[in-house]
Design a protein around this ligand. Structure first.
Ligand code: FAD
Length: 488
């Protein structure tokens, strides 16, 4: 039984329905049309493509149904300081050089500020071009990946159609009571406000920030990270797009947070995430509206949230997936990635042979690690720049998690990047943010000096030329989408 029909609920329903016999359980999804969904998750990570494949989603259909565009990464504007920009692309910055990660040579030659030039996705994105990567592992075009931007409500509606087609029973109604077995504590039954009641043996809580089952009925406490990530509100509003669609998200640092700009086929999604302790709601809305490319297409939506997660993700016969399990501000588009990870773990640990607490403990261990890894990566963005507003000074002054403090200190002392959660962000992602924000390591790997500097410079210059040559062969992003969508 799945509770909630937002992105998390329908992704879970479709994925479980696709598990097929002998595992395919009898799945029902209950949602309340009165409560509605958050509906603002528009940017994703490349892992969404694995999910779509698992769910049997054809890319052409998906692009047509959800007004999606392709995403090669994120441009960060004004984060290091006003006027500066850098790119976090979904790809590497070149192969190893003489057996070492290329970053050691970049440090040695003082090329940290030129990192974007070694990233194919960054160069293609800035040129407004897109083509899918090559399958030939030896090709330069195999060194990057891509994700999507899409209209979240269209995606949920599309998933709903597919899930119902795959046999998921859809129940509409508002749950007003969750009944538990007095002896085992397991959830047994959900009562709806029109006197219907539904029994189940396994419950997936996708009820959004309400966390109706895990946080509500089961009272699992919330691990609050708002002292590390104090942004707690957002305004979101779409505006008209232009003919050219940039194949990347733009994230712009502001007085007390940051704004996003996500170009889709039919419009641009915009939002402003801010800390209410440092900026009032009206000023935050004004900053968003002032920065739009065109007139708003709808009333701005106001959202409130808190950074952190439930201390357990799986308790008894209830697993929380999506916002009901926790949330981190959408700076690196990680919420849908966490949903995918929850679904994939649930499939792996599905209690086919009955409930066993070892399954729940293993699930929790993975999800806690995933949240902590993403938390560190997101906090990193706030730590190294030079913005001077009170919010930014406070972000740099506060203590940070030990795991992140060690990662930054290690990089500064040695040029080494220690990755604790490669499933979300690997070495190239950490390098993009560390160099992009202006970190300057005091040392690099001693073996980097074995090669003469001028030979390395020639090698790197060749790499840049190859990237520029390849980008020139890629079609403009809009042209690529139109051609794909027009295919039968
Ligand atoms: P919801 O969308 O809130 O759905 C909850 C469901 O539960 C609804 O169907 C509701 O009807 C149902 N429900 C609740 N209570 C009851 C009840 N009593 N009875 C019956 N049904 C009930 N993620 C990304 O990956 N990328 C992004 O760019 C991104 N941007 C974001 C920006 C902001 C400002 C915010 C707040 C979030 C963003 N997210 C993003 C997160 C993303 O929106 C969510 O992860 C995603 O939409 C999943 O939400 P959900 O399905 O968990 O919850």
């Amino acid at each position: 039984m799945i509770v909630g029909g937002g992105t998390a609920g329908w992704m879970t329903a479709l994925a479980l329905a696709r598990m097929g016999p002998p595992h395919a359980p009898h799945i029902s999804l209950v949602e309340s049309p009165d409560i509605g969904t958050v509906g603002v998750g528009e940017a994703t990570l490349p892992t969404i493509r694995h999910f779509n494949r698992w769910a049997g989603i054809d890319e052409r259909d998906f692009i047509r149904e959800t007004q999606a565009s392709f995403k090669l990464g994120i441009e960060f504007r004004d984060w290091r300081e006003p006027g500066h920009s850098f790119f976090h692309g979904f790809g590497d910055h070149g192969p190893e050089i003489a057996g070492l990660s290329p970053y050691h040579q970049m440090i040695r030659l003082g090329l940290g500020d030129a990192l974007d030039q070694f990233s194919l996705p960054a160069q293609a994105a800035r040129a407004g071009r897109f083509a899918p990567p090559s399958d030939d592992a030896k090709s330069l075009a195999a060194t990057y990946s891509y994700a999507y931007h899409f209209d979240a409500s269209l995606y949920a509606a599309y998933l709903r159609r597919l899930a119902i087609g795959a046999g998921v029973a859809h129940v509409q109604g508002r749950i007003d009571h969750v009944a538990r077995n007095p002896e085992t504590g397991l959830i047994e039954r959900l009562s709806l406000d029109d006197d219907r009641s539904i029994a189940g043996d396994l419950f997936v809580d996708c009820s959004g920030f309400r966390s109706l089952l895990l946080g509500g009925a089961l009272d699992v406490p919330f691990e609050d990270w708002s002292h590390w990530l104090p942004a707690d509100r957002a305004w979101a509003v779409p505006c008209a797009g232009t003919d050219a669609i940039e194949p990347y998200t733009r994230s712009m640092a502001c007085t007390a947070g940051w704004r996003w700009r996500i170009p889709l086929q039919h419009r641009i999604g915009n939002g402003h995430v801010y800390a209410s302790a440092f900026q009032d709601d009206q000023a935050a809305l004004d900053a968003l509206i002032d920065g739009l490319d065109g007139p708003p297409l709808a009333e701005p939506r106001h959202l409130r949230f808190r950074a952190g997660h439930r201390r357990r993700f799986w308790a008894g016969n209830c697993i929380a997936i999506g916002l009901s399990s926790g949330f981190l501000e959408p700076l690196e588009s990680t919420s849908i990635n966490l949903i995918e990870r929850g679904i994939s773990l649930l499939a792996q640990l599905f209690p086919t042979a009955g409930l066993d607490d070892v399954l729940a403990r293993e699930y929790d261990r993975h999800m806690i690690n995933a949240f902590a890894g993403i938390r560190d990566f997101v906090i990193l963005h706030y730590r190294l720049g030079r913005r001077t507003e009170p919010f930014w000074q406070a972000m740099r002054a506060q203590p940070m998690p030990d795991s992140l403090a060690d990662q930054i200190a290690l990089f500064e002392a040695s040029g080494e990047i220690a990755i604790r959660d490669p499933e979300s962000f690997g070495e190239p992602s950490w390098a993009a943010i560390l160099f992009g924000l202006g970190a300057t390591p005091r040392a690099y790997h001693p073996l980097a000096d074995r090669e003469p500097a001028d030979a390395i410079e020639r090698h790197l210059a060749r790499g840049r030329t190859l990237i520029a040559g390849h980008v020139a062969t890629m079609p403009p992003h809009r042209q690529f989408i139109d051609a794909l969508a027009a295919q039968p």
